[in-house]
Design a protein around this ligand. Structure first.
Ligand code: AMP
Ligand code: ZN
Ligand code: ZN
Length: 422
């Protein structure tokens, strides 16, 4: 039997026979001593100011006791897949190759989208070395309850426990499974675990960051964090397990009336491939058409709300130039604006929600609204400590340091390690 299937079955058996949160020790037994163990939690699309504006008592309690980072700077573009993968590899997207949620590879003439499971699980897209591969290669068990990249055998290695992404999996089931993993015998217990929640991001897109739906989603996820913390406390593990709670980016409120019709500003027939999104449009021109497309856009695009770049002119601070999947021409919306295709307009304008606020991210990663959050709590982290800003790529080396692993090459700044760790 395939080892992974075997492990999943074994986990299923555990889920059935081990009541969640039941401590392994009977009364009077000693507190178990774990080898360094880290749970990396991603709450997609949480801006740090949500922690002040919306019900989040459990998250705030962890931040008050441990480390609170005022802003976690996402990588560019401030999208889900590039950021999650930069978090676990310590690499900028130009160095790991997952340059957006959807991509085109001109050498392979192939497309990737986070909604194409066969490509999401294909290791050819995923460069660098994610933390679970570093761990497994060095003899530690890793487990992922969802994380971009975890479904692909990168360098031939998957986490010992992983699941194909299913956004309908109840959050409580995810948390219960993590608690059960921590009760496995020493040799099987994961040392690095990931956990992912999408609800706050989904509510943010549909209703904007200032909505009651985002408030509700924050409250719901905070309750899951509270359940995890209570479960860890019951297992007498709260002071032994490190928690790194992040978001991949923030969320900006957008008014859909403030849109720019992008395929009216150049001739798409001159392009080999165009990747449209509401924040960033990437154009691969046909042979010899690059300057023509660029000049069309330069002439046709409005002066306000949008930036036009040749690949060579993208700012250094984006670290977004060196990969063949980064298109020769990039059109980037300013926050407050969205880019649309002509064909999207009727559906968009006629929808009853057209005038209602929505949320977007993917913009310039220095924009205040695009910043993510970071909370760190546990035996390895400093206590009652505040940090102004960290970058997404800085965290891989923090995780390898906690776990005593030799890090693969990465783009993180080593000066960050003592800021977070004791
Ligand atoms: P974004 O479009 O950048 O807001 O992406 C957020 C969405 O990414 C979530 O709502 C999920 O549907 C999707 N997502 C997150 N993780 C995964 C994954 N591991 N595999 C496939 N889709 C994912
Ligand atoms: Zn996201
Ligand atoms: Zn999103």
């Amino acid at each position: 039997m395939d080892l992974t299937v075997f492990k999943q079955l074994r986990l299923l058996a555990l889920l059935i026979f081990l009541p969640a949160c039941t401590p392994q020790q009977s009364a009077g037994s000693t507190t178990p001593t774990l080898a360094p163990t880290l749970i990396l939690i991603s709450i997609d699309g949480v801006h740090p100011d949500y922690l002040e504006r919306y019900p989040s008592q459990h998250l705030n309690a962890l931040a008050d006791a441990g480390v609170r980072v005022a802003a976690l700077k996402p990588v560019f573009p401030s999208k889900t897949f590039p950021n999650h993968y930069s978090l676990v590899t310590g690499l900028h997207p130009e160095n790991h190759g997952v340059i957006d949620n959807s991509m085109y590879d001109p050498k392979w003439d192939a497309r990737f989208s986070m909604r194409m499971p066969e490509e999401v699980g294909n290791p050819r897209w995923w460069g660098g070395e994610p933390i679970w591969v570093t761990a497994e290669k060095q003899g530690q068990v890793a487990a992922t309850y969802f994380f971009p990249g975890s479904e692909a055998p990168i360098q031939g290695v998957r986490p010992s426990f992983w699941f194909p992404y299913d956004g309908d999996t109840p959050n409580r089931q995810r948390v219960e499974t993590v608690l059960n993993w921590l009760q496995l015998p020493d040799t099987e217990r994961p040392r690095i675990i990931t956990l992912y929640f999408s609800d706050v991001d989904s509510a943010g897109h549909a209703h904007g960051p200032n909505s009651r739906q985002v408030r509700q989603a924050m409250q719901d996820i905070d309750e899951e964090i509270g359940y995890l913390v209570a479960g860890l406390a019951e297992l007498e593990l709260l002071d032994q397990v490190d928690l790194l709670i992040t978001s991949d980016h923030g969320m900006a409120e957008v008014n859909q009336a403030q849109h720019i019709v992008i395929d009216q500003a150049f001739d798409p027939e001159l392009a080999r491939y165009v990747r449209y999104s509401r924040e960033l449009v990437s154009i691969f021109p046909k042979e010899g058409q690059k300057e023509i497309i660029y000049q069309q856009l330069k002439t046709q695009l409005p002066d306000e709300g949008v930036r036009l770049y040749r690949k060579s002119e993208l700012p250094d601070r984006f670290h977004f130039r060196e990969h063949r999947r980064i298109a020769p021409i990039q059109v980037l919306a300013e926050v407050d604006w969205i880019l649309v295709r002509r064909s999207w307009l009727p559906g968009m304008i006629n929808a009853p929600t057209y005038r209602e606020p929505r949320g977007s991210h993917g913009y310039d990663n220095e924009e205040p609204s695009m910043q993510g959050m970071l909370i760190a709590h546990g035996p390895s982290f400093r206590q009652q400590h505040a940090i102004e800003e960290l970058s997404m790529v800085d965290l891989y080396q923090v995780m390898t340091t906690i776990l005593g692993l030799e890090a693969a090459p990465h783009d993180g700044d080593p000066a960050v390690i003592p800021l977070l760790l004791k």
